[in-house]
Design a protein around this ligand. Structure first.
Ligand code: IMP
Ligand code: MG
Length: 174
Protein backbone atom coordinates (compact mmCIF):
# COMPACT_ATOMS: atom_id res chain seq x y z
CA UNK A 1 0.00 0.00 0.00
CA UNK A 2 1.46 3.39 -0.91
CA UNK A 3 1.32 6.42 1.38
CA UNK A 4 -0.59 9.53 0.46
CA UNK A 5 1.79 12.48 0.31
CA UNK A 6 0.70 16.09 0.19
CA UNK A 7 2.95 18.73 -1.32
CA UNK A 8 4.37 21.21 1.17
CA UNK A 9 6.91 22.95 -1.11
CA UNK A 10 6.74 22.38 -4.85
CA UNK A 11 9.66 21.84 -7.21
CA UNK A 12 9.53 25.27 -8.80
CA UNK A 13 9.61 27.03 -5.42
CA UNK A 14 12.58 24.93 -4.28
CA UNK A 15 14.43 25.58 -7.53
CA UNK A 16 13.89 29.34 -7.25
CA UNK A 17 15.05 29.37 -3.63
CA UNK A 18 18.21 27.39 -4.41
CA UNK A 19 19.09 29.82 -7.22
CA UNK A 20 18.73 32.72 -4.77
CA UNK A 21 20.84 30.94 -2.17
CA UNK A 22 23.47 30.22 -4.82
CA UNK A 23 23.69 33.90 -5.69
CA UNK A 24 24.03 34.97 -2.06
CA UNK A 25 26.65 32.31 -1.30
CA UNK A 26 28.62 33.16 -4.47
CA UNK A 27 28.85 36.80 -3.31
CA UNK A 28 29.79 35.77 0.22
CA UNK A 29 32.72 33.66 -1.02
CA UNK A 30 33.88 36.00 -3.78
CA UNK A 31 37.61 35.46 -4.56
CA UNK A 32 37.62 32.33 -2.40
CA UNK A 33 37.47 28.60 -3.02
CA UNK A 34 34.46 27.05 -1.38
CA UNK A 35 34.68 23.57 0.11
CA UNK A 36 31.19 22.11 0.44
CA UNK A 37 30.57 19.21 2.81
CA UNK A 38 27.39 17.26 2.26
CA UNK A 39 25.83 15.36 5.11
CA UNK A 40 24.73 12.05 3.59
CA UNK A 41 22.31 10.95 2.47
CA UNK A 42 19.63 13.59 2.82
CA UNK A 43 21.79 16.54 1.79
CA UNK A 44 22.81 15.15 -1.60
CA UNK A 45 19.98 16.47 -3.77
CA UNK A 46 20.23 19.94 -2.23
CA UNK A 47 24.02 20.09 -2.41
CA UNK A 48 24.12 19.11 -6.09
CA UNK A 49 21.54 21.72 -7.06
CA UNK A 50 23.14 24.40 -4.89
CA UNK A 51 26.67 23.68 -6.16
CA UNK A 52 25.40 24.18 -9.74
CA UNK A 53 24.24 27.69 -8.82
CA UNK A 54 27.51 28.77 -7.19
CA UNK A 55 29.91 30.72 -9.37
CA UNK A 56 33.11 30.60 -7.25
CA UNK A 57 35.37 27.50 -7.49
CA UNK A 58 33.78 24.65 -5.53
CA UNK A 59 35.12 21.37 -4.18
CA UNK A 60 32.93 18.69 -2.62
CA UNK A 61 33.28 16.14 0.14
CA UNK A 62 30.84 13.88 1.93
CA UNK A 63 30.27 12.76 5.47
CA UNK A 64 27.75 10.38 6.98
CA UNK A 65 26.59 10.48 10.56
CA UNK A 66 23.67 8.74 12.18
CA UNK A 67 21.25 10.09 14.70
CA UNK A 68 18.12 8.35 13.53
CA UNK A 69 17.30 4.70 12.99
CA UNK A 70 14.38 3.47 10.97
CA UNK A 71 12.29 5.41 13.45
CA UNK A 72 11.28 9.04 12.91
CA UNK A 73 12.25 10.00 16.46
CA UNK A 74 15.81 10.89 17.41
CA UNK A 75 17.63 8.17 19.30
CA UNK A 76 20.01 10.80 20.62
CA UNK A 77 22.98 8.73 19.50
CA UNK A 78 25.27 10.17 16.86
CA UNK A 79 28.15 8.34 15.24
CA UNK A 80 30.35 8.89 12.21
CA UNK A 81 29.54 6.34 9.54
CA UNK A 82 31.79 7.89 6.90
CA UNK A 83 34.43 10.53 7.55
CA UNK A 84 35.65 13.15 5.06
CA UNK A 85 38.15 12.12 2.37
CA UNK A 86 40.08 15.41 2.60
CA UNK A 87 41.61 17.61 5.29
CA UNK A 88 39.74 20.88 5.93
CA UNK A 89 42.44 22.84 7.77
CA UNK A 90 42.70 26.39 6.38
CA UNK A 91 39.75 25.92 3.99
CA UNK A 92 36.47 27.82 3.70
CA UNK A 93 33.96 25.14 4.57
CA UNK A 94 30.21 25.16 4.04
CA UNK A 95 28.29 22.25 5.55
CA UNK A 96 25.18 21.41 3.54
CA UNK A 97 22.27 19.71 5.29
CA UNK A 98 18.78 18.71 4.27
CA UNK A 99 17.07 19.66 7.51
CA UNK A 100 17.86 20.87 11.02
CA UNK A 101 15.45 19.27 13.45
CA UNK A 102 16.59 18.79 17.07
CA UNK A 103 19.96 20.26 16.09
CA UNK A 104 21.81 17.35 17.73
CA UNK A 105 23.52 16.14 14.57
CA UNK A 106 24.80 19.52 13.47
CA UNK A 107 25.86 20.84 16.86
CA UNK A 108 27.98 17.71 17.22
CA UNK A 109 29.28 17.79 13.67
CA UNK A 110 30.20 21.49 13.69
CA UNK A 111 32.10 21.05 16.96
CA UNK A 112 34.02 18.15 15.48
CA UNK A 113 34.82 20.01 12.24
CA UNK A 114 35.87 23.17 14.11
CA UNK A 115 38.56 21.14 15.88
CA UNK A 116 40.09 20.48 12.43
CA UNK A 117 40.79 24.22 12.08
CA UNK A 118 39.05 25.32 8.87
CA UNK A 119 39.61 28.98 7.84
CA UNK A 120 35.84 29.39 8.13
CA UNK A 121 32.95 27.07 8.88
CA UNK A 122 29.35 27.83 7.96
CA UNK A 123 26.12 25.91 7.79
CA UNK A 124 23.54 25.87 5.04
CA UNK A 125 20.28 23.93 5.25
CA UNK A 126 17.39 23.49 2.86
CA UNK A 127 14.86 23.17 5.70
CA UNK A 128 14.68 24.23 9.33
CA UNK A 129 12.20 23.08 11.98
CA UNK A 130 13.06 25.51 14.80
CA UNK A 131 10.15 24.32 16.98
CA UNK A 132 11.93 21.01 17.48
CA UNK A 133 15.31 22.40 18.55
CA UNK A 134 17.01 20.73 21.52
CA UNK A 135 20.63 21.74 20.82
CA UNK A 136 21.49 25.26 19.79
CA UNK A 137 23.07 25.54 16.36
CA UNK A 138 23.92 28.61 14.31
CA UNK A 139 22.48 28.31 10.80
CA UNK A 140 23.98 30.74 8.27
CA UNK A 141 21.73 30.00 5.28
CA UNK A 142 18.23 28.55 5.43
CA UNK A 143 16.02 27.68 2.47
CA UNK A 144 12.68 27.29 4.19
CA UNK A 145 11.50 27.38 7.78
CA UNK A 146 8.79 24.73 8.16
CA UNK A 147 6.38 23.71 10.91
CA UNK A 148 6.86 20.61 13.05
CA UNK A 149 5.86 17.94 10.54
CA UNK A 150 7.74 14.92 9.24
CA UNK A 151 8.66 15.71 5.64
CA UNK A 152 9.97 13.62 2.76
CA UNK A 153 11.36 14.25 -0.71
CA UNK A 154 14.25 16.20 -2.20
CA UNK A 155 16.68 13.90 -0.38
CA UNK A 156 14.63 13.41 2.78
CA UNK A 157 13.43 9.91 3.52
CA UNK A 158 11.01 7.93 5.60
CA UNK A 159 12.67 4.53 6.23
CA UNK A 160 14.81 5.15 3.09
CA UNK A 161 11.77 5.81 0.88
CA UNK A 162 10.76 8.97 -1.03
CA UNK A 163 14.20 10.61 -1.27
CA UNK A 164 13.70 10.95 -5.03
CA UNK A 165 10.50 13.00 -4.91
CA UNK A 166 11.22 16.31 -6.70
CA UNK A 167 9.23 18.24 -4.07
CA UNK A 168 8.97 18.39 -0.26
CA UNK A 169 5.90 16.55 0.98
CA UNK A 170 4.17 15.44 4.14
CA UNK A 171 2.99 11.87 4.59
CA UNK A 172 -0.68 11.98 5.45
CA UNK A 173 -1.54 9.93 8.50
CA UNK A 174 -5.10 8.80 9.11
P1 IMP B 1 18.60 16.51 14.10
O1 IMP B 1 19.88 15.94 14.62
O2 IMP B 1 17.44 16.18 15.01
O3 IMP B 1 18.65 17.96 13.76
O4 IMP B 1 18.24 15.69 12.81
C1 IMP B 1 18.87 15.80 11.67
C2 IMP B 1 18.54 14.67 10.71
O5 IMP B 1 17.33 13.96 11.01
C3 IMP B 1 18.33 15.28 9.36
O6 IMP B 1 19.53 15.49 8.70
C4 IMP B 1 17.44 14.25 8.70
O7 IMP B 1 18.24 13.26 8.12
C5 IMP B 1 16.62 13.68 9.85
N1 IMP B 1 15.29 14.32 9.89
C6 IMP B 1 14.86 15.27 10.75
N2 IMP B 1 13.61 15.65 10.48
C7 IMP B 1 13.23 14.95 9.40
C8 IMP B 1 12.02 14.92 8.59
O8 IMP B 1 11.03 15.63 8.81
N3 IMP B 1 12.04 14.05 7.55
C9 IMP B 1 13.09 13.26 7.23
N4 IMP B 1 14.23 13.26 7.94
C10 IMP B 1 14.30 14.09 9.01
MG1 MG C 1 20.49 15.07 7.08
Amino acid sequence: MSDKISVLIDEETIDKKIRQMGEIISKEYENKNLHMICVLKGGTFFMCELAKRITVPVSLDFMAVSSYGMDTESSGRIKIIKDLDEEIEGRDVLVVEDIIDSGRTLSYLLKLLRERKPASLKLCTLLDKPDRRVCEVEVNHTGFVIPDAFVVGYGLDCAQKYRNLPYIGVIETN
